[in-house]
Design a protein around this ligand. Structure first.
Ligand code: PEP
Length: 245
């Protein structure tokens, strides 16, 4: 299975610097795209302006959220249809920052994932345990609950395993930790999903840097990486995209 590298720009970038960053990445990415899929998920405000450039270079256009309803009186929200209309291919759902700051529940994330599919978008559903849950030995039941409640049984998308304690901390999970989580998550997915003919791609996310990307991408079961901070520099993002190739 081809690995996927997703850059999540979060709430960073104005038109000038966002375009410059995307151009720098697009100009140098060429050969890596024969081996890996790459998606950039800029903030909504840059979606329209980056779409032609990313499409032209074979880079997927991602979004960082969508609403669970198709349309309606939801001031400030963005629907899956609107994203599809702009050429978005992937949408990140249930990121721990949205679960925390926007009180997103598993049930709502599941509705979003279903809505995204309805409009032809590939949902990238994030799951991950907190440091406390890890220390208390509660990570596995928590991850099982997140997977079984956030993903419909006919889920056709991507899962991103992002331990909360590794996000933005500079401390990625160890290869051993990632490997055992991958075995566990693939097992939960196989039990939960009806669609077991096609294995689900599971990404790792949490402080991935160019220096450790090759070893993380070599861990069995890792279908790619979701990159936050390091995707805001062309040099480090390209280092991750090309790691180990
Ligand atoms: C993220 O927020 O999805 C993420 C992985 O962030 P970082 O790479 O900065 O830890």
């Amino acid at each position: 299975m081809r690995q996927m590298i997703i850059g999540n720009w979060k709430m960073h970038g104005l038109r000038g610097d966002g375009k410059e960053l995307a151009q720098e990445i697009a100009a140098a990415i060429g050969p890596a795209l024969t081996r890996r899929d790459v998606v950039l998920a800029p903030p909504f405000t840059l979606t329209h302006c980056l779409a032609p450039l990313l499409h032209e270079h074979g880079i997927g256009l991602g979004a960082q959220d969508c609403h669970a309803e198709a349309e309606g009186a939801y001031t400030g929200d963005i629907s899956a249809a609107m994203l599809a209309d702009l050429g978005v291919s992937h949408v990140i759902l249930g990121h721990s920052e949205r679960r925390e700051h926007h009180h997103e529940t598993n049930a709502r994330i599941r509705r979003k994932a279903e809505r995204a599919r309805e409009f032809g978008l590939c949902p990238v559903v994030c799951v991950g345990e907190s440091a406390r849950q890890k220390e208390d030995g509660h990570a596995e039941p928590w991850l099982t609950e997140q997977i079984t409640q956030s993903l419909p049984a006919d889920f056709d998308g991507i899962v991103a395993y992002e331990p909360i304690w590794a996000i933005g901390t500079g401390k990625a999970a160890t290869q051993e930790d990632i490997e055992s989580r991958m075995v566990f998550l693939h097992g939960v997915l196989a039990d939960h999903l009806e669609t077991d003919d096609k294995p689900t791609r599971v990404l790792y996310g949490g402080s991935v840097k160019p220096e450790d990307a090759a070893s993380i991408l070599a861990v069995p079961g890792v279908g790619g990486v979701l990159v936050g901070g390091a995707s805001l520099s062309a040099r480090s993002f390209l280092g991750i995209v090309q790691a180990g190739l």
